[in-house]
Design a protein around this ligand. Structure first.
Ligand SMILES: [Zn+2]
Length: 97
């Protein structure tokens, strides 16, 4: 089970890298590349971030960490002393890097 969680985390990491790349304004797709227009890159980034959300839920349930009440979006999350917490409801979240 630990191996599965590890593999999923690697996958999430990889997806997050792709999302950043698709949203990087310095990449060719945001500079009028006809093969991959800006809107398509953004669409892919959105698709991947939805996928990351599902994967993270799976990871959390595999790790038995579904007891948090916080359901706020990731943009509200911040890290303090290596512990993730939600800036909206202030709940500490059992997330790993
Ligand atoms: Zn929250």
């Amino acid at each position: 089970m630990k191996k599965a969680v590890f593999a999923l985390k690697k996958l999430v990491e990889h997806r997050k890298g792709l999302i950043l790349a698709f949203r990087d304004k310095n990449q060719p797709w945001h500079k009028g590349n006809p093969d991959l227009p800006s809107e398509m890159a953004e669409g892919l980034a959105q698709f991947l971030s939805d996928e990351v959300k599902s994967l993270e839920k799976i990871i959390q349930s595999l790790e038995g960490k579904t007891d948090t009440k916080c359901r706020h979006p990731k943009k509200y999350l911040d890290k303090c002393d290596d512990v993730w917490y939600c800036m909206n409801c202030n709940e500490d979240l059992p997330l790993k890097d």
